[in-house]
Design a protein around this ligand. Structure first.
Ligand SMILES: NC(=O)c1ccc[n+]([C@@H]2O[C@H](COP(=O)([O-])OP(=O)(O)OC[C@H]3O[C@@H](n4cnc5c(N)ncnc54)[C@H](O)[C@@H]3O)[C@@H](O)[C@H]2O)c1
Length: 419
């Protein structure tokens, strides 16, 4: 019998996971019920998955009123709603939950969910998708093999991409730490999760600096207008011109921007007119220097681990492309990672380049698709091995580190001790 999965939150992430379930796992699982607060989302998505009206729910009250509808539940709503929805899901009786990251920007909330999951014997998996990719899996394997000796230090950079940063963290859903979460948590909790996973030693102290350096009104060029289409005099030379980014659609950014058009209009399928209308009047048409953003566009976090090792995470919102770099240094060798390619240098020995396979489907190298595959295996009882699975208790240290980094940053970079 196929396992049933329900989904709350039919946006970019929720529908990506649903697409993978349908395309690759439909022999084993079926998408059973859907919930969103937007009728448009239900109308767009339910027919694609053959979900009848009785199994579509507008809002979580209606959804949870039905009791437990399925074997598994995916929660892919925005950050600030994760705590309440997950708590309600656990109390309703769901035993297998996949929750989008970050869990919450409030320590008391993510700690409470950790405890609640334990008390109710719930497998609560956080979508720290990077861990599931071949690439990061290979790094973990090399570290565990001892070839690099003991890890001394890690230098990891998250290059967010200037157009991605402007889209999500200046104009978009993650621009305000009070309605969402600080960018170091929203964007980098899974980078921090990787560092902690590689290090395999408790993080004991954190310090951080960072700022909203560029995306503020002081940097607005002469003649800037609140909307790019409002007669802005700097439009021609501005790389953030919304019309250029969302309508003229330069080829190399096309994949990301097209994917995000749903975010602009709230609709799964868009005509050019829909997008033009959104750019003229919506959040994503605003001048990046005249928005209401407050999350850092650059931040550095330093971490000290109990075994004496250290790490640095550098988040920047200005790179030309979206990519992560990682330099892992051990007592016997080093590993330099560029995305899918790794260079390993053994001191006084050989160097080699290691390519990891990525099918280029979905995001985060191919972590998204593999997370879903891992979830199906666990849900169907084909595996019970939780080693390297991103359960809440295995990954919540990343949230502690990110929140400590924010505390440090807001206090001039003072060291924050973690217990
Ligand atoms: N794992 C990753 O790498 C990764 C990447 C990007 C985003 N995220 C996280 O995934 C989550 C979803 O992001 P997204 O880009 O899909 O957002 P989105 O805005 O595209 O989708 C969210 C959906 O949830 C619905 N929703 C909001 N509140 C709801 C509620 N109370 N009940 C039911 N439905 C509700 C919205 O209407 C929308 O359809 C966020 O928490 C985000 O931070 C994770």
């Amino acid at each position: 019998m196929k396992k049933k999965i329900s989904v709350i939150g039919l946006g970019n992430r929720g529908t990506e996971y649903m697409g993978f379930l349908k395309a690759f796992h439909s022999a084993k699982v079926v998408i059973y019920a859907l919930c969103d607060i937007r009728q448009q989302a239900l109308d767009d998505i339910a027919p694609q998955f053959g979900i009848s009206k009785e199994r579509q729910f507008l809002g979580t009250d209606a959804f949870f009123a039905q009791g437990v509808l399925s074997d598994g539940l995916i929660i892919a709503t925005q950050d600030a709603s994760h705590y309440e929805i997950t708590k309600q899901a656990i109390l309703t009786g769901y035993k297998f939950i996949l929750l989008e990251k970050p869990v919450s920007g409030v320590k008391a909330e993510y700690d409470a969910l950790c405890d609640l999951a334990k008390q109710h014997n719930v497998l609560l998996i956080i979508c720290h998708v990077l861990r599931y990719s071949n690439y990061y899996g290979k790094i973990k394997e090399i570290i565990a093999s001892g070839q690099l000796g003991e890890i001394v230090t890690i230098n990891h950079t998250e290059n967010v991409g200037y157009f991605h940063f402007a889209h999500s963290f200046v104009r978009g859903n993650w621009r305000d730490e009070f309605t969402s979460t600080p960018s170091i948590l929203a964007k980098c909790c899974h980078d921090i999760d990787l560092i902690a996973w590689f290090m395999d030693s408790p993080c004991v102290s954190v310090s951080s600096v960072g700022s909203v350096k560029y995306f503020c009104k002081e940097n607005a060029p002469d003649g800037a207008t609140p909307f790019c289409t409002g007669g802005c005099k700097a439009k021609k030379s501005c790389p953030y011109d919304a019309e250029q980014l969302y309508i003229k659609d330069p080829f190399w950014k096309a994949k990301f921007i097209k994917y995000m058009q749903r975010t602009l209009t709230g609709k799964a399928k868009n005509s050019r007119k829909d997008v033009e209308e959104a750019v003229r009047h919506g959040d994503y048409g605003r001048c990046v220097f005249l928005c209401d953003n407050n999350v850092c566009d650059n931040q550095i976090v330093t971490m000290q681990f109990a075994n004496g090792a250290s790490a640095v995470l550098h988040m920047n919102g200005f790179s030309d492309k979206m990519f992560r770099e990682c330099h892992i240094v051990g007592t016997k060798g080093e590993l330099i990672g560029y995305g899918t390619k790794l260079k390993m240098n053994i001191f006084g020995g050989k160097s080699k380049t290691i390519h990891t396979f990525s099918p280029n489907i979905g995001g985060h190298v191919e972590g998204d698709i593999r997370l879903v595959a891992g979830m199906v295996k666990l849900l169907c009882g084909e595996s019970t091995d939780l080693t390297n699975i991103t359960t809440i208790d295995a990954t919540v240290i990343s949230h502690d580190i990110a929140m400590a980094a924010e505390e440090s940053r807001k206090n001039g970079g003072k060291t924050v001790l973690l217990k």
